[in-house]
Design a protein around this ligand. Structure first.
Ligand code: GDP
Ligand code: MN
Length: 381
């Protein structure tokens, strides 16, 4: 789960990483009121889950209330690479002498946290890595040893940070950032830029914070930060229902059991000339309730014209899936959707018998995945 800049900064603050003070706002009025409290000059910052906001005009300085108002008006509603700005962060403006970069990520290759520091911050880190790889110092940590003072020294000297005051502050920030990374089960904690002010004060001007989804149950307060407004409404609904769902842009709704089969189904539908509307995985259980939930999610997409159930029973039982489909037909208005069902494996015979008995005119059973896909594509026309 990715956090917005200001949410990440709030978590930084809890572990003592210095951040400028600020306040969130969702309207121009709130932005002006926040700036009044914080004082001018201030920075008006778009809160969207994408980087490069500065270049896109989503980060603007304002010297007085009138400017804050104008900048807030400009940025609210701005589309930054498909992310529409609905929230602002009004921050006390900082004076910048230098822009560094500091991050902790989880390196899946080595299965270790990776610390990175460079004095060439502010720009895209990929660019630094490519153009001046020597300027970017990388160090893997042994999670069982934890953060040791030599780690900070190695990175700081490696990056050639020479000022003693900066060295001291960056060392402390690094340790705090690592603690935040561990405590919040993060996959990424990035500060770009980590600035040095003309007075020699070091602080985090930006934050990128990603928390491991699988650890969210340990952090109910972070779970609540999820920006449901920014997410696709159907995907948000799916998450609420606990349905694995990815929206695609075609018109054939797809339901499989297991990620592998669901993905293959997407491919087969495309192979026979159709366009999948989504990827939906019923999971291993495939209970009747799970099927009802999945259908409720899929039918929220107005582009869906037909639905293809491709189920290979293992743990999932064909009769259970059939019951789920029939139950969904009772509970939801599914009359306008042709539903193609291919059932195979455990209890497939019982499942097909249940569907046949029910005699619903919009249910079509097919014996193979290929025939099922062809039928679903045809019925979507
Ligand atoms: P990003 O473009 O999404 O990475 O957003 P950032 O928060 O990193 O801001 C982009 C750039 O705006 C920074 O690299 C700074 O150069 C500039 N900026 C942001 N906040 C301030 C500020 O308080 N004062 C000044 N002078 N510049 C700022
Ligand atoms: Mn940045």
């Amino acid at each position: 789960m990715d956090l917005l800049e200001y949410q990440g900064k709030q978590l930084f603050d809890r572990h003592g990483v210095p951040v400028p003070s600020g306040s969130p706002a969702t309207t121009v009025e709130e932005a002006v009121a926040a700036a009044d409290e914080i004082g001018h000059p201030c920075v008006v910052k778009a809160q969207v889950l994408t980087g490069g906001r500065g270049k896109a005009g989503g980060v603007q300085l304002a010297d007085d209330p009138a400017e804050t108002e104008a900048r807030a008006r400009d940025i609210l509603g701005l589309d930054i690479r498909g992310h529409v700005v609905r929230k602002l962060w009004i921050e006390r403006a900082s004076e910048i002498a230098k822009e560094y970069y500091l991050s902790v990520t989880f390196d899946r290759g080595t299965k270790k946290p990776l610390l990175m520091l460079t004095k060439e911050g502010g720009v895209e880190i990929e660019q630094v890595a490519e153009e001046s790889p020597d300027a970017l110092v990388r160090l893997h940590l042994d999670a069982s040893e934890g953060f040791q003072p030599w780690v900070a020294r190695r990175l700081i000297y490696g990056a050639r940070v020479e000022d003693a005051g900066e060295q001291k502050q960056i060392g402390a920030i690094m340790e705090s950032l690592y603690r935040a990374f561990v405590e919040f089960d993060a996959m990424l904690c990035e500060i770009n830029p980590l600035i040095v002010t003309p007075d020699g004060e070091v602080k985090a001007l930006d934050s990128k914070f990603t928390v491991d989804d699988n650890a969210l149950f340990r952090h109910p307060d972070i779970s609540e930060m999820r920006d449901t407004a920014a997410a696709d409404p159907i995907e948000a609904f799916a998450r609420e229902k606990g349905v694995t769902y990815v929206k695609l842009d075609g018109n054939v709704g797809i339901c499989g059991n297991g990620a592998g089969l669901s993905m293959s189904t997407v491919d087969v539908v495309a192979h026979v000339g159709g366009r999948p509307a989504n990827f939906c995985d019923l999971g291993g259980g495939g209970s009747a309730q799970g099927v009802v939930d999945a259908l409720e999610v899929i039918t929220r997409d107005p582009q869906v014209k037909s639905i293809f159930f491709n189920v290979f029973g293992g743990i999932t039982r064909g009769d259970e899936v059939a019951r789920g489909i029939l139950e969904a037909l009772e509970r939801l208005d599914m009359s306008k959707y042709p539903i193609v069902v291919r059932l195979d494996g455990t209890n497939a015979v019982e499942g097909r018998a249940l569907l046949a008995e029910a005699g619903k005119p919009n249910i079509h059973t097919e014996a193979t995945m290929l025939d099922g896909a062809r039928r679903a594509v045809e019925l979507a026309k």
